[in-house]
Design a protein around this ligand. Structure first.
Ligand SMILES: [Zn+2]
Length: 74
């Protein structure tokens, strides 16, 4: 199936671009990922972190608002 004299080009397992189509292709144990997909994954994780951070801030603001209410109904 694979020709040792002409090995199949390494491709990104996410976008299927070949090594020559991307700046960097990082080889993994069972697949590869290119620099573009790495950047995409990093931005997805960053958005998740920001969302989590945003929720924490919202909770904190809610808590502060509760604590600083002029009249506590309890
Ligand atoms: Zn890719």
């Amino acid at each position: 199936m694979s020709d040792p004299a002409n090995p199949a080009p390494l491709v990104c397992g996410f976008c299927a671009k070949t090594q020559s189509e991307v700046k960097k292709l990082i080889a993994g144990h069972k697949g590869n990922i290119c620099d573009e997909c790495t950047t995409l994954c990093m931005s997805i994780l960053a958005v998740e972190d920001l969302t989590r951070f945003g929720l924490m801030v919202a909770e904190a603001l809610e808590y502060v608002a509760e604590q600083t209410k002029p009249e506590n109904s309890n």
